[in-house]
Design a binder for this molecule. Sequence first.
Ligand SMILES: [Zn+2]
Length: 271
Amino acid sequence: MAELPEIIILAKQMDQELKSKEFLAGELRQEKSINLPSDEFIQKIRGKKVIKVYNKGKWIFIQLSDDYYLLLNLGMGADILFHESGSESPEEYQCYFQFTDGSSFSCKFWWIGRAELVQKKELPEHKATKDIAISPLDDEFTLEHFTKLCQARSQIKNLILNQKKIGGIGNVYIHDILFKARLHPQTVANTIKPVKVDHLHNTIQHNLKNSIELGGLAYEKDFYGQNNGFEREYFLVAYNEGKPCPECGGTIEKIKTGSTSSYICPQCQKL
Ligand SMILES: [Zn+2]
């Protein structure tokens, strides 16, 4: 499942490739993954130009001319793929958009992805995106901001994964972040000492930046169908249950934390 690093990489590639292209046509095969009847969707997007592409949390915002936005959510994972003019059209997709220059892109959602066409004036009321919180790599994600969030009585893992509090981290990058910060996922946020909150804030940003530099997780495809930068071996504790902790040599465990699983070193991350 794509998290902030993969989404940021994809949005940047889309921005570079699609800027100023004009929508010509498209095919939407699955009504439940779009917000308008497919005919209306295509009719409305035709003639609109891409102004820029960026991400907000896990959503991709494609800003269009005439004050419209095409919003994409990758759900549990998706292949959003670019096709050059003259290349063979893809076979598997829920959404396919063609531009006037002959190029196109397709969206194949693995599970519960979305494509929505909305007007700018609808954004403040757009349920899924209006409350997306500041992301760890936004300028506003200061230590002061994070410290305020940590005054909550929720478990630190739940807090970081709550998209209304912090945008973009899911149940992949969280494990190594908490391991590096030496925090058990069920530690109550408002009991964490200021020096540790500072360390955690740094760790979150450093971990995500480093993952972007390395090209993101290799099981996600980028806009050009290439597998991103690194394999699961990159992780220190995530997906490594039964293996030795790189810090103390103890055994890494997979534990249940509410509705999610967590990978921890019980020695290094005491509750
Ligand atoms: Zn350890």
